[in-house]
Unconditional design. Structure first.
Length: 258
């Protein structure tokens, strides 16, 4: 029978991993569908979407102040571009503007915060976990030829990324920490997160953009329709994986500080 302390740890892990999984799953499915709309193959889309989603979620999970700075920069840059840019919604420009503002925000954060944070190391750990999970999922999908729904796809990628991140975080972060000083690491992480947020804003705004033809707007609408399934699958995958890891002794408050 679980003690009160262990039960509290398990429930906390379920909550934290469930929320992180919901964020990851929705972002992954959205990126996966968008990349296929942009003519990328389904296997390549799995790997690229897993990389981007894992990197962003790892930043929020382990280096939240920097990630929040990047997210705010991405939202502000996207809104400003949508207001000033008129009906033309070009993905590349939104991403560049958001990344530039994220660099500025991250630089300000690095200037005002205490030294010793490891946002880039944590984010790169997430990126490596996303790469490994994406390759594993591609291998599974290659062997299993039947169609896989968005809920199952999101739950599977969240479970894989979460496990790889938790099991390998300590030694990867220790190996990567110190490659770049804080004054460069924080701006890079904020810029990466801002770019992903900017691309997400473009995806949402694209459904009503007059510059897009009806076929493109329908494609973006289909992408958005899959996001709730990704959120549900990610929530399930994160909660189950987090609960199992908690029973094995892993706790979310013991991760390497970002």
């Amino acid at each position: 029978m679980l003690s009160k302390a262990r039960l509290t740890a398990v429930m906390t892990t379920l909550f934290v991993w469930g929320l992180a999984g919901a964020l990851f799953g929705g972002l992954f499915i959205g990126l996966y569908e968008v990349l296929q709309v942009l003519t990328l193959g389904p296997r390549q889309a799995v790997v690229v979407a897993a990389l981007a989603a894992a990197m962003t979620t790892a930043a929020f999970y382990s280096a939240m102040p920097v990630a929040l700075m990047g997210a705010m920069a991405g939202v502000l840059a996207s809104i400003g571009y949508l207001i000033l840019g008129g009906p033309r919604l070009e993905l590349g420009i939104i991403v560049l503007v958001a990344a530039g503002l994220g660099l500025l925000g991250g630089a300000f954060f690095a200037w005002t915060s205490a030294p010793g944070s490891r946002p880039l190391a944590e984010t790169l750990t997430g990126l490596l976990a996303g790469l490994g999970a994406g390759l594993i999922l591609v291998a599974v999908l290659t062997l299993y030829s039947q169609p896989v729904g968005a809920v199952v796809l999101a739950a599977g990628i969240v479970a894989l990324v979460g496990s790889l991140f938790q099991l390998n975080e300590h030694w990867i972060v220790r190996g990567l920490h110190g490659w770049l000083p804080d004054t460069l690491a924080a701006p890079m992480v904020a810029a990466l997160v801002a770019a992903v947020v900017g691309a997400s804003m473009w995806m949402v705004a694209g459904t009503t953009a007059t510059a897009l033809d009806p076929a493109a707007r329908d494609a973006v609408a289909r992408v958005l329709a899959q996001v709730p399934s990704g959120v549900l699958g990610g929530l399930m995958g994160g909660a189950v994986t987090g609960g199992l890891l908690a029973l094995m002794g892993f706790r979310p408050d013991e991760h390497e500080p970002g």
